[in-house]
Write a protein that binds this ligand. Sequence first.
Ligand code: TNX
Length: 503
Amino acid sequence: MKAYTIIPKPRSIQYKQGNFKCTGIPQINVSAFQQEADVFIKQIQNTFGGQAFSETTDGITLMKADNSFGDIHKAESYRLEILSGGIRLGAQTQTGAFRGLQTLRQLFLSGYQNGELSIPCGIIEDFPRFSWRGLMLDCSRYFYSVEFIKKLLDALSLQHISIFHWHLTDDQGWRLPVKQYPLLTEIGSRRNEHRLWGSVTGGFYTEEEIRDIVSYAAQRHIEVVPEVDLPGHASSILAAYPGLGCTGGPYRVEDRYGVFEDVLCAGNDGIFPLFEAIFDTLAELFPSKYVHIGGDEVRFNRWKECPRCNKRFTELGLDNYAQMQSWITVRLAQMLRDRGRITIGWDEVLENTGKFPLPENVVVMSWRAQQGGAHAVSIGRRTIMSPQNEGCYLDYRHIDTPEEIGRLGIGTIFKGYYMNPITPQMSKDEASLVMGGQANLWSEVIYAGKIAEYMIFPRICGIAEALWSDEKTKDIEDFSKRLAVHQDRLDRLELLQYRGAIQ
Ligand code: TNX
């Protein structure tokens, strides 16, 4: 059968007569994009070993091309020509070249058997529907190793994932070193581990490790967007600096999951130097222009009972305590703006904004279905869709059986595949404010990298296709056939995968 079975499905494929054949994997003749070629070569060597490359044949030409080579003017575009005489890959940008190389990597992963490579001839022209094609990994509830994160990034790059949203802090652990606040990591990174009968667990990433991950991702044209969750989900901060809470504690780094009453005290001016120090750190370590401030699931009960918060409440002339969150959001967004960064917040940042409107440049990440994102674009804010009820929550079970790991809901491959970040109600202008979407892996019960792999793969493949490919050609039958071949490729990358029903 003559078919490429690429995921995400390319924009256009034109099959030609014959096959490209080679004993061993052909060398690349590089006239541009050396860095991208180097990563690709490493990837191939990691899978097939250094010997896999043919000693004689340089059958691949990688080149910087213009529109005379093909319709490749869009961001991340590439054109891949596979003809019996050789392979040519052209792009205008480094990112386009890298995406094209990943398509080629897919073809090699499935086309190289017993030392022989055979790929059907054809011409692929490709570009994405959305620029934001993300995966969020919660490294607070479970502390994933640097090695695991790199393995994951490398695997994600195969499906053209463009964003790694790194959830670095939460009630259950603080993973970011902040020089001026050493107790955040000294105390806030460790918690009691009931599951392991009373031992202590945790850790944090050093500055060097963070830089290493950022550059490893950048080499794969993946942008790392850090998240520091404020002002709720903050037990790890409070355990380290109890004075920043309303009651003064005692607090602990949480060893339960859930949503907790204790949040940062909105009446305590001490929270602002903390925010400044955190953002200075982020601005130094992360080149991304985006910083995620969390903002989800903030409880307001402590603020109601706190004298300092009540003083603030009166000074600000508020109608309700929830408005103090929007007051904080405005301050956070300004601090990030001062550092040349754009704020992202979970969709709660849209609420209680009567007195303190959401600043114009803040991006809303819609997780409680798509309503938040739809509302955001209706008021001219940009949005990223990650609806928990549309297959984007990878902590949900794959299918509805207690034998599957996961909690809170079901998110089938099918659902993620049919996710559409643009809702039927959106106008054209509103739709243009949708940056894309992402899958989130919350890790309350995902206590090993291997289990994370099982939750991510292959669901991320459906979501990657939903975010890259033309929505008009969606076809689950066709997708599931390609997925069967693609999962064998993922096996070669030694990823633990779910292999059951897809809907
Ligand atoms: C809600 S999604 C949360 C997380 C939990 C998740 C579990 C979001 C912004 N907040 O803190 O881990 O549900 O699915």
